[in-house]
Structures are given as structure tokens and as C-alpha cells.
Design a protein around this ligand. Structure first.
Ligand code: ADP
Ligand code: MG
Length: 339
């Protein structure tokens, strides 16, 4: 065996980046979450070549003060928590302080940012973890983050990317989910110079469903608005007739965070069972609000999964809320028709 050595910081960063940044869509997710945490009301996402050559996210949020720009790119540097205890009260989407460091480790990054109380903006450049300078520039309030040539310095990882069309589709999908998770934020998505999505940020969930999914889905929604103990659920579920052959239509958000949860999916599908053919999955768009202390969001670096303090209560609440909404309709159970 070779001698043991401690890896240098650059190598550590590149390795750690793999946990958070797998593909262009992961970069877009992190940047969008930062924009949301920065209280932006309008965000524009632009990508080229599926995000492999260019990702640009512009927000009108709080901006980063000049003296903190460089700090923001250090691993484990965050303005969102101070201690482990904060994890159980945190309401921001981010808190691990890893995204900017990870993206900067594996891409060519340019950041332009201006806070409300600064007279000028600043441009900061960092490539493969190496700082390239900070200069004063004119800029509107907010932050523009540009990541070029993702994985340019980690060719082995780059090989795992799919074709630009496919990567672009992942990004588009992610942007839709985030748009659905924040009806109060206006989101614009531009792909290869073409407008692909625009949401108005007018707070109306039904308008949002129309924008993202079109007329047929919007015409077949059942509203849900339930409060059960510490869990509040609101949003829409689709009538069984608009079910699909995969789970792409199942959207649910916890405290504004887009997640995947086998507990929630199971409860939804259980409630639909009497009305649905096998291997069909319903449309859902459910927003949960739950006190942060009932959740553990620090289960996975991408925070796509979380743990509930009371999984059973969660299951029952979803099952009842969805079941109730479905039973209010005169629906012919498809299952019994088939028999
Ligand atoms: P985290 O989001 O987990 O705190 P990040 O690496 O994503 O970690 O960001 C580091 C810090 O940089 C954030 O805590 C925040 O203070 C700042 N920041 C990042 N993006 C933005 C943005 N778009 N607007 C304002 N501040 C930002
Ligand atoms: Mg973040």
C-alpha cells in the first residue's frame, strides 16, 4: 500500500462537489434555492447546451455585501445557521454552505452582486476553486450567478453527463418544480435564447398549474385545504381521469422545499387506489407547512429527502386529506368497472 497523505484542499473540494453537483440541474437547483433564500421576487434562469456550457441565474434578492463575497465561496460558509440546534428551526432552503464552493470547484464562475445599501455592484470571478479577482461594476440590486463549462476540470465526471437535450430537459423539469413550489415568485426560464417558461408570481396556484401543465389538467383539479394537528396541507389533486403512467405528476412541497418522500407518495397512491387503474399515478400539487422542529432536513446533501418526526401522522394526514377530496366527487371507481 502507498503512504497515507492528506488530500490538498483543491482535491477535497472537487471530490466533495460530486455530492452536491451531479449535473447542470443540480447547479440550477442550488442557485434557485439561494435566490429564494435571498427573498427574491423575480428570478431568471438561462441555460445553453443543456446547461453544460452556460448557466445564468439572476435574482432581485438581497445581494451579497462586498466583504462577504469571497467568504460565500468557502466550504461550510453560510449565513443561514450558526449551530447544530439551528437545524431544527431553520426555515431557509440552504444551510450547509456547500453549494457555491462546490460549483466553483468544478466550473468557471462569475458572480455579479449588489446589496441595496451599496452604491455600486461587484463582479467576482473564480475558476476551478482559484480566485480570479473582484472589481467594481454597475449592477442592479440582486445577484447574477454565471457558471460556465461545468466539469471542465473533471473530465471523468463530465463523461457521465447525458446529451445537452437530455440535461436541458432535467433543468426544465427542475425549474418547473421550483416555480410550482413558490407561487409568489416570478420565474422566467430561457433555453438556448428561447423563452420556455414564465410565471407571474401572482400567488395563484391554479394559474401556475395552467402555465406549467395546461388546460386539461387545470380543468380537472380538486382543491385541498386541511389542517390536521401540526400539519397544514393545501393545493390541488387531479381527478383520476388525468392520471399518468409515471410519478412525474406527483408534486409535493414541504415548507417551500421540493422533495421526494415515499411516505407521502404511498399515502397519495393509497387514497387513489379505489379510483385508479394499476400503474397509473395521479396529478398532485400539495403544499405542506409543518413546524421545522417536526422535520429533519439534514438527511442528504441535496436535501431532496427528509425525515418526519412522526411519519405515521404524516401518512394518515395525507391519506385522509386526499381521500376526503376524492370522496367529495361523484367518481365511478375504475377498478370495479374493470372487474
Ligand atoms: P447555503 O445556501 O447553504 O448557505 P451556499 O454555498 O449556497 O450555502 O451559499 C453561501 C452563502 O452565500 C449563503 O449563505 C448566502 O449568505 C450567500 N448567497 C448565495 N447566493 C446568494 C444570492 N443569490 N443572494 C444573496 N446571497 C447569496
Ligand atoms: Mg445554498
Amino acid at each position: 500500500m502507498a503512504n497515507i497523505t492528506v488530500l490538498d484542499q483543491n482535491t477535497i473540494n472537487k471530490i466533495a462537489a460530486g455530492e452536491v453537483i451531479e449535473r447542470p440541474a443540480s447547479v440550477v437547483k442550488e442557485l434557485l434555492e439561494n435566490a429564494i433564500d435571498a427573498q427574491a421576487t423575480a428570478v431568471t434562469i438561462e441555460i445553453k447546451e443543456g446547461g453544460t456550457t452556460l448557466i445564468r441565474v439572476t435574482d432581485n434578492g438581497c445581494g451579497i455585501p462586498k466583504d462577504q463575497i469571497s467568504l460565500a465561496f468557502l466550504r461550510h460558509a453560510t449565513s443561514k445557521i450558526k449551530s447544530v440546534e439551528d437545524l431544527f428551526t431553520v426555515s431557509s432552503l440552504g444551510f450547509r454552505g456547500e453549494a457555491l464552493a462546490s460549483i466553483a470547484a468544478v466550473a468557471q464562475v462569475e458572480l455579479i452582486t449588489k446589496t441595496g445599501d451599496s452604491l455600486t455592484g461587484f463582479r467576482y470571478q473564480i475558476e476551478g476553486g482559484a480566485e480570479r479577482g473582484l472589481e467594481e461594476v454597475g449592477a442592479p440590486d440582486g445577484t447574477t450567478f454565471i457558471a460556465r463549462n461545468l466539469f471542465y476540470n473533471t473530465p471523468a465526471r463530465k463523461k457521465f453527463l447525458k446529451r445537452p437535450v437530455t440535461e436541458g430537459a432535467y433543468v426544465a423539469d427542475l425549474v418547473e418544480k421550483i416555480a410550482l413550489s413558490h407561487p409568489e415568485i416570478s420565474i422566467r426560464f430561457i433555453q438556448n435564447n428561447q423563452n420556455k417558461l414564465y410565471t407571474s408570481g401572482n400567488h395563484n396556484l391554479r394559474d401556475l398549474v395552467y402555465t406549467v401543465y395546461g388546460r386539461e389538467v387545470t380543468a380537472n383539479l380538486l382543491p385541498i385545504d386541511v389542517q390536521a394537528q401540526d400539519i397544514k396541507v393545501s393545493g390541488f389533486i387531479g381527478k383520476p381521469l388525468i392520471a399518468r403512467g409515471n410519478r412525474n405528476y406527483e408534486n409535493y412541497f414541504i415548507n417551500g422545499r421540493y422533495i421526494k418522500s415515499s411516505i407521502i407518495s404511498k399515502a397519495i397512491e393509497e387514497a387513489y387506489k379505489p379510483y385508479m387503474m394499476q400503474h397509473k399515478y395521479p396529478f398532485t400539487l400539495l403544499h405542506f407547512s409543518i413546524e421545522p422542529e417536526f422535520l429533519d432536513v439534514n438527511v442528504h446533501p441535496t436535501k431532496m429527502e427528509l425525515r418526519f418526526r412522526d411519519g405515521e401522522l404524516m401518512f394518515k394526514t395525507v391519506l385522509n386529506a386526499v381521500g376526503e377530496a376524492l370522496s367529495h366527487r361523484e367518481l365511478i371507481p375504475l377498478v370495479s368497472l374493470e372487474e
